[in-house]
Write a protein that binds this ligand. Structure first.
Ligand code: SF4
Length: 372
């Protein structure tokens, strides 16, 4: 079925965006010219993958102060990169961004969609979004927001991703007509603020043109995807100090948490027989801090933090004693940063289960870490 032409349908979006757009530090003032800093557009788009604008803004600002261009990022150490990204999650994005910066520092910023697609970490959406905003190329960028807006305006039933190629062909002339950067950002902005999963049609500039709204289908398009199952876990997270420093898990070289240091941990388990005696054998003084629930995309972790001091510094398989003065600069994920910030907080005497967790960590080392 041919779609009604996007150029006319989406025309009200351009003046709406010009009047209503939210200020963001990466947005250019002139929406009709190429962006003065394509690197800033690239950084913002990678940070915005799976992360909300309000969370990204302070990270973006700090990042641009420390790495103002691709050359500065290309020359940074992995620890510096992870340190500035720490807390933003999905750390592979930071590694990809640095790999992209190294490619750009060597060969220049690619100015075509094909060239952008060759940069590490840029899929079809990000490459198209950068091409449109940085270089004014009419390359449709379809993310969840854009698919939702397009599916509703056209009353497309079923999963709109099945129509990705047709929707790109449909959108491209509208981008060319209304300005690629302007219309790309306008669609994103509408999807983020008005045409949200529960749409606010009364405030929508496309109210008169929207086929889903005309047929009363706006709440059913697109169909809600079933959520991935969330697993629950309860862990002890232990900050153990000895005269040799803090006991830490060194960063993995691959995987989601590559490049990040973490505290050793053990799954919460019933009290182990003899744990208290073993603790006194190590000369342990320990307290339990108030816990919290750490939420990840597919996991909810109840964290029971422990701070312990030991008179001796036994070896623990796969763990390292790190001198105290290095602790503040180590890149860590959000959960581990939270314990690092609370090391001096008051706590309560450790229970038998906490002592059992410490003993498991000291006996088993890194292999006590629960899988996450
Ligand atoms: S009228 Fe409603 S459903 Fe249609 S685009 Fe606007 S907010 Fe979305």
């Amino acid at each position: 079925m041919p779609f009604a032409p996007a150029t006319a349908l989406l025309a009200p979006l351009a003046p709406w965006f010009d009047a209503r757009r939210r200020p963001m530090p990466w947005r250019a003032g002139d929406l009709d010219a190429p962006h003065p800093d394509p690197y800033a557009v690239l950084v913002s788009e990678i940070m915005l993958q799976q992360t909300q604008v309000a969370t990204v803004i302070p990270y973006f600002t700090r990042w641009m102060e420390r790495f103002p261009d691709a050359e500065a990022l290309a020359a940074a150490t992995e620890d510096e990169v992870h340190g500035l990204w720490a807390g933003l999650g999905y750390y592979r994005r930071a590694r990809n961004l640095q790999a992209a910066a190294r490619a750009i520092a060597g060969a220049g910023f690619p100015r075509t969609l094909e060239g952008l697609l060759e940069l590490p970490g840029l899929g079809p959406y990000t490459a198209a979004a950068v091409a449109a905003q940085a270089f004014q190329l009419p390359t449709p960028a379809l993310d969840g927001n854009a698919f939702r807006v397009a599916a509703r305006v056209l009353a497309l039933e079923g999963d709109p991703r099945r129509h990705a190629a047709a929707l790109r062909d449909w959108l491209a002339p509208a981008l060319a007509a209304h300005g690629p950067s302007r219309l790309t950002q306008a669609v994103m902005e509408l999807g983020a603020t008005v045409c949200t999963p529960v749409p606010r049609c009364a405030s929508c500039p496309l109210l008169g043109a929207c086929a889903a709204r005309a047929r009363g289908l706006q709440e059913r398009i697109p169909p809600v995807q079933p959520r991935a199952k969330v697993t629950e876990a309860e862990i002890h997270l232990a900050a153990i100090r000895s005269p040799r420093g803090w006991l830490l898990c060194p960063p993995a070289s691959r995987g989601l948490l590559a490049g990040l240091w973490s505290w050793p941990r053990a799954e919460a388990a019933p009290e182990l027989e003899g744990a208290a005696e073993a603790a006194s054998g190590y000369g342990l003084e320990a307290r339990e801090l108030p816990g919290w629930v750490q939420v990840y995309s597919h996991r909810r972790e109840t964290v029971r933090p422990i701070v312990a001091r030991m008179a001796s510094a036994p070896g623990a398989q796969g763990l390292e004693w790190v001198p105290g003065e290095r602790l503040p600069e180590l890149p860590m994920g959000r959960r581990d940063q939270k314990l690092r910030a609370a090391l001096d907080a008051p706590g309560t005497p450790l229970t038998g289960a906490g002592l059992a967790a410490l003993r498991t960590i000291l006996d088993e080392g890194v292999s006590a870490n629960p899988r996450s």
